[in-house]
Design a protein around this ligand. Structure first.
Ligand SMILES: C[S@@+](CC[C@H](N)C(=O)[O-])C[C@H]1O[C@@H](n2cnc3c(N)ncnc32)[C@H](O)[C@@H]1O
Length: 245
C-alpha cells in the first residue's frame, strides 16, 4: 500500500488535540490523561483505523497509537480531528515516534497490552534485528509492560510469524494462542478480531492471516540494566523500503 508524502504533516500533527506533543512529559500520567485504568498501545498504528475502532469498542480503556511516519500518522490525526464533538473520543491519543523510544515515554509497567498489527516483516535474515518481535524490541516491551501484560500480533508474513513464535518463548514469554489461518467468527467481539487497514486489503487478496497472543514474563515492568538509553536499534527513513523486500 502506497503512502503519499503530506507536505504539511508536521503542522497537522502539531495542531491536533489527539497528538501528544511532548510524550516524555506525560510519562506515568497516561492513565489520567485518557481517563482509563488500563492502557493499550499499538506500535505502527498507520492511519489509525484499528486504534480508533478499538477505542470505540472498548471505551473504558485507553488506546495509544505510535507511528514513526508523520505523513501516515497525520491521516489518523486528521480523521480524529474531523469527528463532530459529540463523537469525539477521549480515550485515544497518538504519538509520532520510533518504537525504540518507548521507554522514554512510559514508566515501567505503565502499559497493559501491546498490539503489533502487520508490522514490517523485514524478510531478509540480515535485518532480523529490526523486526518488532526481535529480542532487542522484546526487552523494551518488558520494560513498559505490566507483569503478565499481553502482546497481540497479526501478520500476513510467514517469516515474521514463525520468527515471533521462536523469539518470544526464547525470552521467557508464554504463547497463549497462535493460529496460522486466523478467521474470527462473525460474532467475535474481541479486540483482536477488529480488522486493521492492511488486514482488510490482505483478506480481499485471499492471503492467510497469522495471529498470536503471548504473555510477558512476570519480571516485566522492570528497568533493564543491560539496556542503557541510546543503545536501542536505530533506523533511518531509507531503511523503510527494505522492511518489506
Ligand atoms: C504495514 S503498516 C501497518 C499499519 C497498521 N498497523 C495496519 O495494520 O493497517 C506498518 C506501520 O508500522 C510503522 N512502523 C514500522 N516500524 C516502526 C517503528 N519501529 N516504530 C514505529 N512505527 C513503525 C510503519 O511506518 C507503518 O506505518
Amino acid at each position: 500500500m502506497r503512502n503519499h508524502f503530506v507536505r504539511n504533516n508536521a503542522e497537522i500533527l502539531a495542531a491536533s488535540s489527539y497528538v501528544i506533543q511532548d510524550p516524555p512529559a506525560l510519562r506515568g500520567h497516561y492513565r489520567e490523561r485518557l481517563g482509563a485504568p488500563r492502557l493499550n498501545l499499538e506500535i505502527g498504528t498507520g492511519k489509525g483505523r484499528f486504534l480508533t475502532d478499538a477505542a470505540r469498542a472498548v471505551p473504558s480503556e485507553g488506546w495509544i497509537g505510535v507511528e514513526r511516519i508523520g505523513s501516515v500518522l497525520c491521516k489518523a490525526a486528521g480523521a480524529l480531528d474531523r469527528l463532530i464533538p459529540a463523537a469525539a473520543l477521549h480515550n485515544i491519543c497518538l504519538i509520532r515516534s520510533e518504537a525504540e523510544d518507548l521507554p522514554d515515554y512510559f514508566e515501567p509497567g505503565e502499559i497493559d497490552a501491546l498490539y503489533l498489527n502487520f508490522s514490517d516483516p523485514w524478510p531478509k535474515a540480515k535485518h532480523a534485528k529490526r523486526r518488532l518481535t526481535s529480542a532487542r524490541f522484546l526487552s523494551l516491551y518488558e520494560r513498559i509492560l505490566a507483569p503478565g501484560g499481553i502482546l497481540y500480533l497479526k501478520t500476513d508474513s510467514d517469516i515474521l510469524y514463525s520468527f515471533s513464535l521462536e523469539e518470544l518463548p526464547a525470552r521467557g514469554w508464554t504463547i497463549l494462542a497462535s493460529e496460522d489461518d486466523y478467521r474470527p467468527d462473525a460474532g467475535d467481539t474481541s479486540v483482536q478480531a477488529i480488522p486493521t487497514e492492511y488486514e482488510l486489503q490482505f483478506r480481499k487478496e485471499g492471503r492467510p492471516i497469522h495471529m498470536l497472543r503471548a504473555q510477558c514474563p512476570a519480571s516485566a515492568g522492570q528497568p533493564e540494566a543491560d539496556h542503557p538509553a541510546g543503545s536501542t536499534p536505530g533506523r533511518t527513513n531509507e531503511e523503510g523500503a527494505a522492511a518489506h523486500a
